[in-house]
Write a protein that binds this ligand. Structure first.
Ligand code: COA
Ligand code: AMP
Length: 632
């Protein structure tokens, strides 16, 4: 069947389509229907009974594939490679689940996971799924304050963390960050489980912290607990427009069905294949395609603890692909740009036999045509941009390699996947003609696997996604569709920026900067960066009478963002300005400043309060070196 046939089949009978897709999952009790018109945006397979861990792990062992490799941990940063079979993964997961259950963790309890790229991160996620506990993984590059915010929102019964993460050239002790977060949070977990890593073991707090090895050694293995299809499998926090992140909820059954469908139809991966998503378990890509997707498919997943460059060099990706026989590889365009910067001629590729590799998938930010061209030229395989969000959990638009490889149009993540009725709307919510830029929205209901609501924040869910265009989900992205239905995603419509494939809120950074005692008001904008796509830049207005030297304020402000949000914010640029450009109604003109910084032509907005401020902003940015000469 062609993509068109499959898409038409879904359109003709969405429920029949997803009921058929649900056959890929083992149900303890099959759902009575596919779609349930309940909750703010509908729910899928709500009354089925199912367990995620069973489907990702145990059923493969039960089917006689216990010896198949489930996880390869390839860690150039520690110089080690290890493997876990499905049988070993089941045993470790069941034991950790047993240890958690002995201490009271059960269905519906939240568990926060704060871990680097080690196989135990997946074991922890799966152990929660085994018990019906709801995990919330927090990316290791977030600092204590961000962790504390998530602890207060999710109210976990337990936290599972590693003693440290390892970044090139430095060890990042996670345990002190965790301790500080628990000090700061109002909610306190009952206990913490700490995986001690030899690079930096942590001291444990008596009565609260438990050693992972010790408690799992003697634990009674726990069985999989079936949960309802609409039971939350996890909460994953993502950046919104304010400092309070949004807790995206994922329901269990839709998640299983959608990921199973995507593994074969989009990534062309089946049982026994090796799949590698070079991301982090702290992001949605890590949830869907390092942990759950490949395991649900019975494939081998790679947990990679390293960077595209510098661990040890720009040949690492190709070495891993060749050594482990990777069939499909998924990373962010920024990672390929980093490789290309260090190895522009692709000289490090031929030394590795990567004939196993059939496709490179890119997501997380727009794949710029230059990067695609470079990768196609050197890898000689399809390079596939696909577009999705933490909210959707799997691709909204892609080139479905497992069905057919559609012609590639560079700059486009190709076409809408079944389940997504994507529309480009004008400000009044009317569909735009092909080729014209507008807000991208998806007609409700969203397909299985996407978010049904936000954790403890249904009103925010409605306001953020459903209210602007009634009957649609608002993606927050702007773009257009061409005559053949190819989508082009061009920009965000909100104050979210994308730094090295990571989604960050400028509003959250502004909240931190605004707390500096010398800062009267501020704005953070995303400016173009050749490697990371965008980087944040802060413009600070000082309070009258401040005597602290401006350079000290800038240095302190930068340190504050690193301390409160974390190094992942990449906040390294700020300058002092007298005033910020605003509309007459007081709205800061961030987009105008971003255009000036990027060297684009700026038409002075008719609504601006005082056009002279733009000249002052231009001068301040010029002093910082923006616009850069190359982009001017
Ligand atoms: N724990 C602690 N700190 C972390 C971290 C973690 N898990 N991950 C990143 N950091 C830190 C880094 O050490 C760095 O700190 P520094 O400012 O002291 O150098 C900072 O956060 C920014 O990290 P990063 O974005 O990784 O930038 P980089 O300059 O070290 O590397 C790239 C640049 C392009 C190689 C890197 O950003 C990359 O690999 N990006 C791909 C992203 C990706 O896969 N995204 C997933 C979406 S699909
Ligand atoms: P996240 O929720 O962190 O996955 O970020 C999702 C956002 O990243 C999207 O809303 C887009 O703004 C951007 N994004 C992700 N993938 C793509 C892509 N392939 N093309 C363009 N933008 C993308």
């Amino acid at each position: 069947m062609s993509y068109r046939d499959i898409h038409d089949a879904w359109k003709a009978d969405p429920e029949g389509f997803w009921t058929a897709a649900a056959q890929a999952i083992d149900w303890d009790h099959a759902p009575s229907a596919a779609f349930f018109d309940q909750g703010p945006a509908g729910e899928w397979f709500a009354d089925g009974m199912v367990n995620t861990c069973w489907n990702a792990v145990d059923r493969h062992v039960a089917a006689g594939h216990g010896d198949r490799i489930a996880i390869i941990h390839d860690s150039p940063i520690t110089g080690s490679i290890s493997r876990l079979t499905y049988a070993e993964l089941r045993d470790r997961t069941a034991r950790l689940a047993g240890a958690l259950s002995e201490r009271g963790v059960g269905s519906g309890d939240r568990v926060i996971i704060y871990m680097p790229m080690v196989p135990e991160a997946l074991v922890a996620m799966l152990a929660c799924a085994r018990l019906g506990a709801i995990h919330s993984v927090v990316f290791g590059g977030f600092a204590s304050h961000e962790l504390a915010v998530r602890i207060d929102d999710a109210q976990p019964r337990a936290i599972i963390a590693a003693s440290c993460g390892i970044e090139p050239g430095r060890i990042v002790p996670y345990k002190p960050l965790l301790d500080r977060a628990i000090e700061q949070s109002r909610h306190k977990p009952e206990f913490c489980v700490i995986l001690q890593r030899e690079q930096e073991p942590a001291s444990l707090i008596e009565g609260r912290d438990l050693d992972w090895d010790r408690i799992t050694r003697d634990a009674e293995p726990a069985d999989c607990v079936p949960v309802a299809g609409n039971h939350p499998a996890y909460i994953l926090y993502t950046s919104g427009t304010t400092g309070q992140p949004k807790g995206v909820v994922r329901h269990t059954a839709g998640h299983l069905v959608a990921l199973a469908w995507s593994m074969s139809n989009i990534y062309d991966i089946g049982a026994g294949d090796v799949f590698w998503a070079a991301s982090d378990v702290g992001w949605v890509v890590g949830h869907s395609y390092i942990c759950y997707g490949p395991l649900i498919a019975g494939a081998t997943t790679i947990v990679f603890e390293g960077k595209p460059v510098g661990t040890p060099d720009a040949g690492t990706f190709w070495r891993v692909i060749a050594q482990h026989g990777v069939k499909s590889f998924f990373t962010a365009p920024t990672a390929i740009r980093a490789v290309r910067r260090d190895d522009p001629e692709g000289r490090m590729i031929p030394g590795h036999d990567i004939s196993c590799l059939k496709a490179l998938f890119l997501a997380g930010e727009r794949a710029d045509p230059d990067t695609i061209t470079w990768a196609e030229h050197h890898l000689k395989i399809p390079v596939i941009d696909h577009w999705w969000q933490t909210e959707t959990g799997w691709a909204i638009a892609a080139n479905p390699l497992g069905i057919e490889t559609l012609p590639i149009r560079k700059g486009s993540p190709a076409v809408a996947m079944p389940g997504y009725d994507v529309q480009v709307l004008d400000a009044e919510g009317q569909p735009m003609p092909a080729g014209e830029l507008g807000a991208i929205a998806i007609r409700l209901p969203l397909p299985p696997g996407t978010l049904p609501t936000l954790w403890n924040a249904e009103a925010r869910f409605r306001k953020a996604y459903l209210e602007r265009f009634p009957g649609y989900y608002e993606t927050g992205d702007a773009g257009f569709v061409d005559d053949d239905g190819y989508l082009f995603i061009m920009a965000r419509t909100d104050d979210v920026i994308n730094v090295a494939g990571h989604r960050l809120s400028t509003g959250a950074m502004e909240e931190v900067l605004g707390a500096h005692p010398a800062v009267a008001e501020c704005a953070v904008i995303g400016i173009a960066d050749a490697l990371k796509g965008q980087i944040p830049l802060g413009l600070l207005c000082l309070k009258k009478g401040v005597t602290t030297p401006p350079e000290d304020v800038v240095a302190e402000a930068i340190a504050m963002v690193r301390d409160r949000i974390g190094p992942v914010a990449c906040f390294k640029l700020a300058c002092i300005v007298d005033r910020l450009p605003k509309t007459r109604s007081g709205k800061i003109l961030r987009a105008v400043m971003a255009k000036i910084a990027d060297g684009h032509e700026v038409t002075t907005p008719a609504t601006i309060d005082d056009p002279a401020i733009l000249t002052e902003i231009e001068a301040a940015l010029a002093a910082l070196g923006y616009p850069m000469k190359a982009s001017a």
